[in-house]
Design a protein around this ligand. Structure first.
Ligand SMILES: Cc1cc2nc3c(=O)[nH]c(=O)nc-3n(C[C@H](O)[C@H](O)[C@H](O)COP(=O)(O)OP(=O)(O)OC[C@H]3O[C@@H](n4cnc5c(N)ncnc54)[C@H](O)[C@@H]3O)c2cc1C
Length: 400
């Protein structure tokens, strides 16, 4: 476990061993890669026995793409994604254009990086490969975090397989239902938003022509919204619908759903959208209930901090959850490298991240209400991540 590689030579001399990261999702792996990039060795503990991601798309906007570029995996991912079409926000009532996204060619000149629609599996695989190339022992599978103990010298993580690990610092990157957050800050209530989300991937060969001609669209309608965009060089269409559902829905991301159920919720949406839903291969259709949590006033206690959904779980209405996790990871590595001790590293990290991520968490909640409208005003496009100016934050250069 002490293999020395170029990337694992300790730069932060105040650390006397690898930093423990709980969770090998997009956030945990980006943090691992960023810490390695700055010469800090890591050990990532993942509960799953095999590394995999759900079959879905994820928009990685220039703010986060800047980090992936610096960490060395951005260019190949952009190549895998292919061209990003311009997006349109449309009325679900009649397909009318409500907002037009920026020219995709403007992102690099304006923000220094591309806007990519990626397959989550491709992003996850690129992160895993880069982290294990730096250190083949960096990721330990089959380790479900249970609880921790900490004192002035170390933090010890205990896992349900009976193993434990002692580290100078621990990062909770274990997602929205974080066990690290519960262990350090006590359980946090999550409220069901009254919205169900449905997701599917549709092979391009099954996608209606009218959708191929208008491939990146967000439809907003009363109580519902639906977005579709192409992945993997226009070979797969990603589809995500959000609808009010008074009946309680479980949290997870992968509860099987039916085309009939999906169509029933969107039966008054424009015809191309209904045709696209009808074309979904049923085994690839999943649903889950959206939960919302209040922003946390602090993410750090002693030798433990958190990032990604563990720190700031958010509703999907700005498509920024993964981007925020990537920004966190980039800044955390920079904070370790810039500091003289762990306390300084964690306070630099939290100071640079808390207002930004908690602000996006609240903005995502608000945009959900705007997209879905109210009986008084009807649905409107509200704002998107682009019109809110979220792409101007660059985690590579942001002062820390
Ligand atoms: C369908 C869908 C579409 C989305 N689209 C977008 C988008 O377009 N753009 C965007 O920016 N965001 C998007 N998001 C949000 C984004 O995916 C999340 O914000 C992001 O995945 C958070 O990453 P994370 O690493 O913090 O958490 P997660 O991805 O949840 O990863 C947590 C990891 O921790 C592991 N874990 C959990 N508990 C334990 C434990 N006790 N011990 C050990 N390991 C544990 C899990 O197995 C998992 O591997 C989308 C989400 C979904 C579901």
């Amino acid at each position: 476990m002490t293999r020395e590689t170029a990337a694992s030579r300790p730069a932060a001399r105040y650390l006397d061993g690898p930093v423990a990261i709980i969770g090998a999702g997009i956030g945990g792996l980006t943090a691992a890669l960023s810490l390695q990039h700055f010469g800090v060795p890591v050990r990532v503990f993942e509960q799953a026995r095999a590394l995999r991601e759900i079959g879905a798309g994820v928009t990685i906007t220039p703010n986060a793409m800047n980090a992936l570029d610096v960490l060395g995996i951005g260019p190949a991912l952009a190549e895998q994604a292919g061209e990003t079409p311009r997006y349109f926000v449309r009325s679900a009532a009649d397909g009318r254009e409500l907002e037009r996204g920026p020219d995709p060619g403007s992102f690099v000149p304006e923000f220094g990086a591309r806007y990519c629609n990626l397959h989550r599996g491709d992003l996850h695989a690129a992160l895993t490969e880069a982290v294990t190339k730096n250190d083949p022992d960096a990721i330990a599978l089959g380790h479900r975090f249970g609880y921790l103990e900490q004192d002035g010298q170390k933090v010890t993580a205990h896992f349900s397989n009976g193993a434990s690990f002692e580290a100078p610092a621990l990062i909770g990157a274990d997602g929205g239902a974080s066990a690290v957050r519960d262990a350090v800050f006590g359980g946090q209530d999550a409220s069901y938003t009254g919205h169900v989300a449905l997701r599917a991937l549709v092979p391009f060969t099954r996608v209606p022509r009218a959708v191929i001609a208008d491939p990146y669209a967000l439809y907003v309608g009363t109580g519902r919204s639906l977005i579709h965009y192409p992945l993997r060089r226009q070979t797969t269409m990603n589809l995500l619908g959000n609808a009010q559902a008074s009946q309680w829905q479980a949290e997870g991301w992968s509860i099987p759903a039916t085309v009939q159920e999906f169509l029933g919720l969107f039966d008054d949406f424009p015809e191309p959208v209904r045709e696209l839903i009808a074309a979904v291969p049923e085994p690839d259709l999943f649903k889950w209930g959206l939960r919302d949590r209040e922003p946390l006033p602090a993410w750090t206690r002693g030798r433990v901090t958190m990032l990604g959904d563990a720190a700031h779980p958010m509703t999907p209405y700005l498509g920024q959850g993964a981007c925020m996790a990537i920004e966190d990871g980039m800044i955390l590595g920079r904070a370790f490298a810039a500091s003289q001790d762990l306390g300084e590293a964690f306070s630099r990290y939290e100071a640079a991240r808390r207002d930004r991520a908690n602000g996006v968490q609240l903005a995502a909640r608000y945009q959900g209400t705007q997209h879905h409208g109210s009986t008084a005003t009807g649905p409107g496009s509200g704002k998107t991540a682009a019109t809110l100016g979220l792409f101007s934050y660059n985690p590579v250069t942001e002062p820390i």
